[in-house]
Each structure stands twice: as structure tokens, then as C-alpha cells.
Design a protein around this ligand. Structure first.
Ligand code: LLP
Length: 402
């Protein structure tokens, strides 16, 4: 019995994101700051690597989720490629050391400057989103005497069960070339002297937890490929995008997403042609759980029927709750008193600057440390300087404990 108790304490201590030592170290750091558990990131990347390698899949990390240098270096060291949506992301990926032929460049509104720089860098592929964009890339490639490799981003009209701001694959969205245009784009492709068609690209949305959505995508891709094959067109690359979600409600129970079933779904359902490579562009599922926003309680304030916990982090550091009504798990790291309910709000002059209403937290006092969890993706990178706020620092577990 005593042995079992010891094991439970050991396991809890090992897996708890914030050990006593870490919290002690936090006391000396100016808040708010981002904390990255680099061990968890490594475990997550290892899981992605082993599960994707089973099927020979290629994974590109979607830089938009987090462009922190340390995080990027760690991801690069695992051998993943880079999925970029701006010229600066392409530059950043190359600076970190991603090889140009591991870089893909997507985005519905690429500027001429961005296209030229990517052409000069000889990136692997442009995920192209419209007929006019193809014309522009071709013209610029002629000027630079380059051949641009193209994957057509197709809007597959597949519904994703997620927030309306982050669903991208239905015909109402601005993204991708509509299915009804695909035949004519392919029939006329030979007219683009300096473009080489190497693949198809899809992405149906983000924070998708229902694997049936990905099943629908795989089946839709099969249908599209069957039709193309009838015309004698088989492309070397199929990029299914990203979008795998994470557990925001109970992060500690699911620190690592279900990569096993996610990749298996595509391996089982997608009709992969001979010599065809399947690519993924995952952002959130790689980095979300390793990051937390750490903040300090500034003030407690009683409302008529509620109490507010005013902390020193705001929507300027983490905009997801204000923008998508997103839920992030919140913890008081420095109290073990009986829980009370609080509306946890930031200091920004906007009513939407609220991290959660009626949140149950161990009774708080001024100076307590608050952790807002699952903030590694679309957190630090969406920082704004509204109210002339300082940029929150980033702290890494591997540096903190050394
Ligand atoms: N590929 C494309 C073409 C994308 O548009 C995205 C995300 C990804 C890959 C990566 O998706 P992920 O694996 O991270 O779901 N700011 C929002 C999320 C926006 C996602 C935009 N596109 C949020 O905080 O929820």
C-alpha cells in the first residue's frame, strides 16, 4: 500500500507540469511570461515522428502556431519540414536551418515581393490558392528564370466541426481553388511555362477533434484523385493540411494528441498512388500543450454577485478567449486553499479581456501565480502591443532547471 502511494506521488510529481522547484523559480521572474515545457515538446515531437514514420508520411510544422526560435530549433532537430504563410515565415524557417526543399509556402494573399523571395530561395513548393495567383507566380518565375513548383490548394467543401473562424474547407471560405474550377485549371496548366504542377493541397480547419472530419477529407481526396486519374493525371504529392485538435479542458489528461489514430486514419482511408508522398501541416497539436502563460494576481474585486480576479496578463498576450471564446484551463499555482469561483480578467481596456467566467480556483490573493494552460499555439505569436504593452518574455524548462 505504502509502495503504491509512493508510486502515485512519484508519477504525479514527474508528470505535473509545475513542480515545486519550477514554481519557486517562477517567483523570481517578471510576469506575465510564457513558459515552455521543453521536455513535453520533445515527447510530443517524438510521438509525431514515430506515428508518421510508420507510414512514410512527411510532416511540416505550421510556423503560424509559434515562431519562437527555441521551439523552432527543437522542431527542426526532429527533422520536420516547415509550412509558412508569409515571406517572413519563409525567411525565419531558412534562418533556423530548415532546408529550402523542406519549406512549403501557402496563403491566400501572397505579395509579389514574398513570391520573388521564395522563388529565389528555391523552396519546395507554393501551395497556390487562385488562378490569378498562378498567373502572377508564373510571370515572376519567368522574370527570375526559375521554375516554381506548385501544389493546388483545393477547397474540398468538407465541413469541420470547429469554431466558425477556423474552419477553412467549405465553399463559403476564401481559401483554395473551388472544386468546379479544378478541371479547367489542370487542363490549362501547360500554358504556364515556368510552373510545374507537383501536387494537391487541402486544409479543412483547425482544432478538429472528431476524426470523422478527417475521414471525410480522405474520402473526398480519393474522389478527386479518381477523377484526375481518368484524365491520366497522377500527382506526386498530396498534402492533407493540419488541424488536429488538443484537449483544452483537461490538458493534464491528454498532454499529447491522438497522433496514432490521426495518421492511421489517412493510412487506411487515403488511396495513395505508387510513388506518391503524403504531407501534413500540423501546428497546434505539436506545440499547444507545452506552453503556459504565467501571470500574477494584481487585485481581487467583488462585483454584485461575483468576484473578479484581475491578473497582469491580458488579451495582448493571449487573444484566443477574446477572439474565439476559447476555453483555456486556469490554475492557481501558489494556493492550496479551498476553491472559489472567479471571473479571471486582464488589465486591458476592453470588456472582452476576460480569460474565463466563473472559474473555480484555489482561493487567491494578491501576488499568487496563475497559469493559463495550453497556450503554446497561437498564444505568444498572436501578441499585440495594444495599450503599449511590453512583450512577455519566454522561459524554457531546460534553461530554468539548469
Ligand atoms: N495549414 C494551413 C493551410 C492552415 O491554414 C493552418 C492553420 C494549418 C496548416 C495549421 O493548422 P493547425 O494544425 O494548427 O490546426 N489562431 C487560431 C487558429 C488559426 C489556424 C489557421 N490555419 C486559433 O488560435 O485557434
Amino acid at each position: 500500500m505504502a509502495f503504491l502511494f509512493f508510486i502515485i506521488i512519484f508519477v504525479a510529481k514527474y508528470f505535473c507540469m509545475f513542480s515545486k522547484e519550477i514554481i519557486e523559480q517562477f517567483q523570481n521572474i517578471e510576469t506575465p511570461f510564457y513558459y515552455y515545457d521543453t521536455d513535453l515538446l520533445a515527447q510530443t515531437l517524438q510521438a509525431v515522428k514515430s506515428e508518421s514514420e510508420k507510414y512514410g508520411f512527411t510532416v511540416h510544422y505550421a510556423l503560424k502556431a509559434n515562431v519562437n526560435d527555441q521551439i523552432l530549433r527543437q522542431i527542426h532537430n526532429f527533422g520536420f519540414g516547415a509550412d509558412c504563410v508569409s515571406g517572413n515565415e519563409v525567411k525565419k524557417a531558412l534562418e533556423i536551418g530548415f532546408k529550402p526543399d523542406h519549406v512549403v509556402f501557402a496563403g491566400v494573399g501572397k505579395s509579389d515581393k514574398e513570391i520573388m523571395e521564395a522563388l529565389q530561395a528555391d523552396i519546395f513548393c507554393f501551395n497556390s490558392e487562385s488562378v490569378q495567383e498562378l498567373e502572377v507566380i508564373n510571370e515572376l518565375a519567368i522574370k527570375l528564370q526559375k521554375t516554381a513548383k506548385i501544389a493546388l490548394r483545393i477547397n474540398p467543401n468538407v465541413q469541420a466541426d470547429t469554431h466558425k473562424y477556423i474552419t477553412t474547407g467549405t465553399s463559403e471560405n476564401k481559401f483554395g481553388i473551388n472544386l468546379h474550377e479544378l478541371d479547367s485549371v489542370i487542363d490549362n496548366f501547360a500554358n504556364y511555362s515556368n510552373l510545374k504542377l507537383i501536387g494537391l493541397h487541402f486544409h479543412i480547419g483547425s482544432q478538429i477533434l472528431d476524426l470523422n472530419n478527417f475521414k471525410d477529407l480522405a474520402l473526398k481526396i480519393n474522389e478527386i484523385q479518381d477523377n484526375l486519374e481518368k484524365k491520366g493525371v497522377v500527382l506526386e504529392n498530396i498534402n492533407v493540411g493540419g488541424g488536429l485538435g488538443i484537449d483544452y479542458k483537461n490538458p493534464d489528461e491528454n498532454l499529447i494528441s491522438n497522433f496514432k489514430d490521426y495518421f492511421k486514419n489517412f493510412a487506411e482511408l487515403l488511396k495513395i498512388r505508387k510513388h506518391q508522398k503524403v504531407h501534413f501541416e500540423l501546428g497546434r497539436a505539436l506545440v499547444a500543450q507545452c506552453g503556459s502563460l504565467i501571470s500574477k494576481v494584481l487585485y481581487l474585486k467583488k462585483g454584485v454577485s461575483k468576484q473578479f480576479l484581475i491578473i497582469d496578463a491580458g488579451m495582448t498576450e493571449l487573444i484566443r478567449p477574446a477572439l474565439y471564446q476559447a476555453h483555456h484551463h486556469i490554475q492557481n499555482l501558489t494556493s492550496d486553499k479551498i476553491a472559489q469561483n472567479y471571473d479571471v480578467v486582464g488589465p486591458i481596456c476592453e470588456s472582452s479581456d476576460c480569460f474565463g467566467k466563473e472559474i473555480s480556483l484555489n482561493e487567491a490573493q494578491r501576488g499568487d501565480l496563475i497559469a493559463i494552460r495550453s497556450a503554446g499555439a497561437y498564444g505568444e505569436v498572436m501578441t499585440s502591443f495594444y495599450n503599449l504593452r511590453d512583450k512577455a518574455k519566454a522561459i524554457y524548462k531546460n534553461e530554468l532547471l539548469n
